[in-house]
Design a protein around this ligand. Sequence first.
Ligand SMILES: Cc1cc2nc3c(=O)[nH]c(=O)nc-3n(C[C@H](O)[C@H](O)[C@H](O)COP(=O)(O)OP(=O)(O)OC[C@H]3O[C@@H](n4cnc5c(N)ncnc54)[C@H](O)[C@@H]3O)c2cc1C
Length: 483
Amino acid sequence: MRPLVWFRSDLRTRDNPALAAATRAADRGVVAVFLIAARQWREHDCSPARADFILRNLADLSASLARLNVPLRILDAPAFADAPRTLLALAREQSCDALYFNRELEVNEARRDSAVSAAFEKAGLRVHPFDDATILPPGAVRTREGRFHRVYTPFRKAFAAEYARREGVSLAPSPRRQHAMPCPPDAVPAAVPGFAASERPDLWPAGERAARRRLVAFIEHRIGDYHAQRDAPHADGTSLLSPYLAAGVLSCRECLLAALDADGRPLAPAPVRSRGPAVWIDELIWREFFRHLVVAFPRLCMGSSFNRAFDSVPWNPPDERFEAWRLGRTGIPIVDAAMRQLASTGWMHNRGRMVVASFLTKNLLIDWRHGERHFMRSLIDGDLAANNGGWQWSASTGADAAPYFRVFNPVTQARKFDPDGAYIRRFVPELAALPAPAIHEPWTLPLSQRSAIDYPGPIADLSASRRTAIEAFAAARDRPPPR
Ligand SMILES: Cc1cc2nc3c(=O)[nH]c(=O)nc-3n(C[C@H](O)[C@H](O)[C@H](O)COP(=O)(O)OP(=O)(O)OC[C@H]3O[C@@H](n4cnc5c(N)ncnc54)[C@H](O)[C@@H]3O)c2cc1C
């Protein structure tokens, strides 16, 4: 038996169910493969930062696999439709008799996997898919009536009950080293045409070891205070692991087990707000919730609002105010700081994500889908389920979303979570010399001081735009659904 292992968003050797099973089943060696789907990546709004992160992690993965005598082949298959032919040709060339992979959950990815599986089965080759992208398999957490949950808190409760019923989760066994490589590995390209290489690879060092170092450092030094520090955007109080989780360089089960260990207790049956590790575990379960949702409601992958009532919100076109938002030139310091953090690092703090998403969808009344796409095109951790979940939560159109009448006031948010203005000073240097609290609303300064700063006035009146948004959402909610 010579398995072909197909890597996608599981770029690691540790706790990798497909790799573990393939290396154990093999008796004639194993071949691994990754497909570069440049056209599909563009259609899916993959950011250059993410493409670059994938390539850098592939180089590390290739070296780890080589130590196991498993060559990593890198093939071009520009669109998902090219995957069946490309993989089957490789399987034939290398005399592989089975395909192993970890399932991806999004609609196009799942359809691609079905097409690949059908092609392999038709050719008489076996297919072994595994669950990996979540802690518990999508579908394992349901209501008493067998339906998928639409609201987080009952999902959280059912998740804990199912986790306990299964007596937890364990990591996949280590992959087995093979006797010899069936073929040499391919060189990993330094860049893919159309996706610029990162200018700051040092911000997000690649590889499983780097990911685990981050996890261990977080667990040892910061998780204890996570509940107190997680909302401060300048504090580095979160794990900064999202790019590694999104690319599968680190497994979500490993994160959960490490946090449970730090907490020193079994998984709590409901959210706990007072202990860092328990609060962090809840974030992992939010990730899980959004992932289970895209499987239950595939239309989430197709740009559809979860709550159809808000399909008729009269969104404004993405005009020059959208451009100002994109560039971090809205004149609202906390919004601009967060948008510039995104542009300069490929990442944004969760508090920033919530503030800028609320500002775009409520104060500017611009469709969340424009924001979702801009995030995907910019984020190093772009992840359809979490991004869609976050945007629809913020826009009040999602499952268990923020109620439409609760509109974040960015100035209040800034005063509460960035009281000294440290985050703003870091990313909006024009305002660095201003003291707090003036730094949060520079438009309140006397004109003489204001005109000395090269910083725009606010593009929206926060109170008036809030009222307009609430009225627009209320009217949409009360409108009869389109036939
Ligand atoms: C509008 C919006 C868009 C978002 N887009 C993405 C995205 O594309 N990719 C992404 O990974 N996260 C996204 N998030 C969720 C969250 O902001 C990031 O996961 C988090 O900021 C990453 O930082 P961290 O790794 O330090 O998180 P930590 O606070 O350390 O949390 C640990 C892990 O839990 C997961 N997680 C945390 N919060 C959430 C959440 N609210 N929803 C889902 N998973 C969560 C992430 O995998 C994260 O790495 C979005 C949130 C919003 C409001």
